[in-house]
Write a new protein. Structure first.
Length: 283
């Protein structure tokens, strides 16, 4: 960091297992990828070449090599994996991965109906040579998966060889672990947090309010994904309590309370407990 500041949370350093930031590249040019690395490469752990964009991206091999030289793990979007599986071309997909010299791969079933045991076999096979990230959850609005099933699938995929499991949200942040409004399914997320190791989950959180929610729930070193390339530095500020949404997260209690513009009065301590009142500080 550029200067010393008290009461800032400790951040893990690259290469790391938690506190990951995964960026969604939806077709950046080589020059734009260079700009991402120059401006935020030190904070970017993973780059996903979103959905099937790699099929049409020019100078693809050069871009992959560029990210890799910068110490960023890069992989193709899970939707492309599903496109190959849907066409019975799993071995062709493995050849693509070799030709592109990729060392990471995403296995997902967000768009197709894929038997979970078969998905586990794909994970196990690919994990022999590659770092596997597997995505859990559907991309379709209205498909509900019980919290118990989410937990069961995540843990079984980790056991099959996944390095991390990704909680589905799409780039819109309106499905999977989120409601159509973009708000988190809190019961679902809390059940997952209680049953799956936090360091093993990447939460897709493309929207600032979602990133804020997870930072407040889990902490500065939560793994977050589907971050826009131009939002990496802003996310880091959010993690560190250097943005309005998380400003008071890491300040000592008394200091924070004295500085808040909106204060909560302490509840009455006698037998009749009065409801807390909001007190707005005059400007």
């Amino acid at each position: 960091m550029n200067f010393r500041l008290d009461h800032v949370p400790a951040r893990s350093e690259k290469p790391r297992e938690e506190g990951l930031t995964m960026v969604m590249d939806k077709g950046l040019s080589l020059r734009q990828a260079e700009d991402l690395i120059d401006g935020a490469g030190h904070l970017t752990d993973l780059v996903k070449l979103g959905f099937g964009t790699s099929f049409a991206t020019p100078r693809l091999k050069e871009k992959i090599a560029l990210y890799q030289r910068a110490g960023i793990k890069v992989y193709l979007g899970g939707t492309l994996f599903e496109a190959f599986i849907a066409r019975g071309q799993f071995e062709d997909y493995r050849k693509v991965l070799r030709d592109l010299k990729l060392d990471a791969v995403e296995v997902s079933d967000g768009s197709i109906d894929l038997d979970h045991d078969l998905k586990l076999k794909y994970i196990n096979t690919l994990a022999r040579d590659l770092t596997v990230l597997s995505e859990v959850g559907s991309k379709e609005t209205g498909i509900l998966i019980s919290p118990a099933k989410w937990v069961r699938m995540m843990n079984s995929e980790l056991e099959a060889g996944s390095w991390k499991v990704i909680a589905e949200a799409r780039e819109s942040g309106t499905v999977g672990i989120y409601r159509p409004s973009g708000h988190a399914h809190t019961t679902l997320v809390n059940r997952i947090i209680a049953k799956v190791p936090g360091k093993d989950i990447i939460w897709e959180a493309p929207i600032k309010s979602q990133q804020t929610w997870f930072i407040k729930q889990v902490g500065a070193n939560v793994n977050l994904g589907n971050v826009a390339p131009d939002e990496v530095i802003a996310l880091e500020a959010l993690r560190l309590g250097l943005r309005g949404d998380t400003f008071f997260e890491y300040l000592p209690g008394d200091m924070a309370e004295n500085l808040r513009q909106i204060k909560l009065e302490k509840p009455a301590t006698d037998k009749q407990v009065a409801p807390a009142k909001v007190k707005v500080k005059a400007k």
